[in-house]
Write a protein that binds this ligand. Structure first.
Ligand SMILES: [Zn+2]
Length: 266
């Protein structure tokens, strides 16, 4: 029984690129549970429960790299951070572009295909002003975590097509909607030859209403090489960005776009 579990997770750990320490953790937990329940039905139920919790946790925490190895920061010795904006372009994006331009700052925009179709000129402006763009699926479906591999491939490819048509641009960067990854999404990323880009500073700017709280959350967690996740979808985040740019200047941070990580790691 124990050997079966170990074999199962060893196999899974290879398939899913699970880190070794996670495997060891599984091994220890399984041993402990076996010791506690000595082969009763509760053993199986508890094990199933623990496994489910780990999988759910792993699907939602992009920093864990449970199913997909995502880039979550840049290894660097200098004070630099990346601003990344998800879910645009929107009616607010031009304001974001104005302030970035004023500050001579380049950012990375992970755009949704449907939104690009809605705001084609804004998308073109993002590119024209020297920012980097990445794929954030075509429709940013709420069911992203439950889509089949082929549906996920469709979502990524359709966004690629829109980007090419409207912006005459190709990208190999992909940011998972909601930061969700699972085996199907992992396969789709591989098939479409994308690099998954996460973050290590989450602003929660779509959840928290208090601008000061959002700003504090970001400034407290920012460090050398951080990738900061924001959304160009509200006036609120715009206000946060204004303050954040001042903070970065005060703290003598420079900014980088995500492609510089990939270039530096080649
Ligand atoms: Zn998103």
């Amino acid at each position: 029984m124990e050997l079966t579990i170990v074999w199962f997770y060893w196999k899974k750990s290879k398939n899913l690129k699970m880190k070794h320490y996670q495997f060891i953790l599984f091994y220890l937990i399984s041993n402990f549970i076996i010791y506690l329940f000595q082969g009763s039905i509760w053993l199986y139920l508890t094990w199933f429960f623990v496994f489910s919790m780990v999988v759910i946790w792993g699907s939602f925490d992009i920093q864990l790299g449970y199913f997909v190895n995502s880039i979550i920061n840049k290894r660097t010795k200098i004070k630099e951070a990346a601003l990344s904006f998800d879910d645009g372009p929107t009616e607010y994006t031009p304001k974001f572009l104005d302030i970035l331009k004023e500050n001579n700052t380049k950012a990375t925009f992970f755009c949704i295909g449907k939104q690009i179709e809605k705001y084609p000129e804004t998308f073109q402006r993002i590119i024209a002003e020297g920012h980097l763009v990445g794929n954030h699926t075509y429709s940013h479906s709420n069911n992203t975590g439950f889509l089949s591999t082929s549906k996920m491939i469709d979502e990524i490819q359709k966004c690629d097509e829109v980007m090419l048509k409207i912006g005459n641009i190709k990208t190999d960067l992909y940011r998972p909607p909601f930061g969700v990854t699972n085996p199907n999404i992992a396969k789709a990323i591989k098939k479409t030859q994308k690099k998954s880009i996460g973050w290590n500073v989450r602003s929660l700017d779509t959840v928290i209403t208090d601008e000061r709280k959002i700003l504090k959350k970001v400034t407290k967690r920012s460090e050398k090489g951080s990738i900061i996740l924001l959304h160009d979808t509200s006036e609120k985040t715009y206000n946060v960005l204004v303050e954040l740019l001042l903070f970065l200047e005060r703290e003598k941070y420079s900014t980088f776009t995500i492609d510089s990580i990939i270039k530096s790691e080649k």
